[in-house]
Design a protein around this ligand. Structure first.
Ligand code: PFF
Length: 456
């Protein structure tokens, strides 16, 4: 059997069970994308119609690509770059498929550079909430407090630095049982707090308007760019298209069922995003705030909501602690592909590689820090600041492109026997459904959205 030639453990370590993989992958998937980005881009794109397109992208494109990534990772048992190379060789395909791994490592790096800046905001808001400054505050105060923070490059840089340091520290020690244990407690904690916020939102007086906004079908509000945004966000929120899940897949035990595991992860991720939206929009409408205000949305509405609740300062602290932790369990997975490659190929020790990669990302992140103040008038392309550009390039171009290539490789290049073994598929309806999704639906979906965005 072909399996005999495949090493069945990774040199970087293995998850101790299928369930720990679910937690680690959900830790990667659930992050700023769900609680910070999803509500604000939904707000910018007019709500309901955007949500529908996003859900479609998750189901028809994101989830199949996630299955493909786990499968490739588990078959290769190495960093995405080396896995793609090895599997290409084994499939008799050009070595250039390794470039998909490189694209992913670069994408992860770019995302990480701004992810740590935004996560730094959440870190700062732990202290802000703790100071009690939002107790009884109104919408205007919450908005202006956030604007004042963004205007201060030193503060942004300080918290960006702290978050990069935290990420490097954890990643340097490896994906240890410590992280796994933290994720096991903090992810449920985050859920509980989101539901507390949801409860507040339900009584805020704006719940009907929030529901209507998120699930009302206003198709005219959805632009061409909004469709591309929904696709890019589907990749971003599931952590697919850049090899993070492929890297984690390399540590998955052979006994785990890939498809049911991935469906669990995708469902959890989607649930967190929808609950975050339902917790945030009612507060927006009840306080006369703007749903399309952009990246600051969560940092205005959440303090505002907690400021009205008994023990709000305390809950607020806990909430931003959990957001920070959700972000860190994602940021480590952004670094893992490049890190694993550096360790495998150049024999660099893990801590050293983590430090070096972290440093590069820190420097790059300063561009994002400055784009909210000193460089806010400097536009790289069109009206885009440095942050806008990094965000656009990674989310709307690099991730979907990476996902497209991964789908093509898994669907058209990888030998059928390997796919059958990995996914436990024999002939029949499930095998056919998988083939249709990964060979046709996912690639054509990405291409269609790209074409629509270019022509529209
Ligand atoms: N999925 C993360 C989030 O939603 O915040 C972000 C992310 C992590 C994207 C890891 C990509 C990735 F590889």
């Amino acid at each position: 059997m072909s399996e005999a030639s495949t090493p069945d453990v990774s040199r970087h370590g293995m998850w101790s069970s299928r369930w720990l993989f679910v937690l680690a992958a959900a830790g990667s998937a659930v992050g700023l994308g769900n609680i910070w980005r999803f509500p604000y881009i939904t707000g910018e794109n007019g709500g309901g119609a955007f949500v529908v397109v996003y859900l479609l992208c998750i189901a028809a494109i994101g989830a199949p690509v996630m299955i493909a990534e786990v499968m490739l990772g588990r078959q290769g048992r190495q960093s995405p770059i080396n896995t793609m190379r090895a599997l290409a060789k084994r499939s008799g395909a050009p070595r250039a498929w390794g470039l998909v791994g490189w694209l992913g490592a670069l994408t992860g790096f770019f995302i990480l550079s701004y992810y740590t800046v935004i996560a730094g905001w959440a870190l700062f808001y732990i202290f802000r909430m703790g100071s009690g400054m939002f107790t009884g505050a109104d919408g205007a105060l919450a908005s202006s407090a956030f604007d004042a923070f963004l205007a201060d490059p030193w503060m942004l840089a300080a918290f960006h630095t702290a978050f990069v340091a935290g990420t490097v520290f954890i990643v340097a020690r490896g994906v240890t049982a410590g992280i796994e244990r933290a994720v096991r407690w903090f992810m449920p904690g985050l859920f509980v707090l989101l539901f507390v916020l949801l409860g507040y939102a339900m009584t805020s007086g704006g719940f009907g308007a929030g529901l209507e906004f998120m699930f009302g079908m206003n198709w005219s509000a959805l632009s061409v760019d909004g469709v591309l945004e929904a696709l890019g966000h589907a990749f971003f929120t599931l952590s697919v298209g850049m090899g993070a899940i492929m890297a984690y897949g390399a540590y998955v035990p052979r006994s785990a069922s890939i498809s049911s595991t991935v469906l669990t992860i995708a469902a959890l991720d989607t649930l967190v995003a929808l609950v975050a939206g339902l917790a945030i929009f009612p507060v927006v409408f009840a306080n006369g705030l703007e749903p399309g205000q952009g990246p600051g949305l969560m940092f205005v509405t959440v303090p505002l909501a907690f400021g009205q609740m008994p023990l709000g300062a305390l809950f607020g602290v806990v909430f931003f602690v959990l957001v920070t932790i959700a972000a860190i369990t994602s940021s480590i997975s952004l670094l893992e592909p490049a890190l694993a490659y550096a360790v495998e190929t150049h024999g660099i020790r893990r801590p050293r590689a983590a430090l070096a990669l972290g440093l590069v990302c820190w420097v790059l992140g300063l561009g994002t820090v400055l784009s909210f103040n000193v460089w806010s008038d400097i536009h790289l392309v069109g009206q885009m600041t440095f942050f806008d550009f990094m965000d656009y390039a990674t989310q709307k171009v690099m991730l979907p492109l990476g996902g497209l290539l991964i789908a093509l490789f898994a669907g058209w290049v990888l030998p059928k026997t390997i796919v059958g073994e990995q996914l436990g598929l024999r002939e029949g309806v499930p095998a056919l459904a998988w083939a249709v999704l990964i060979k046709v639906v996912a690639p054509l979906g990405v291409l269609a959205v790209f074409a629509y965005a270019l022509l529209g």
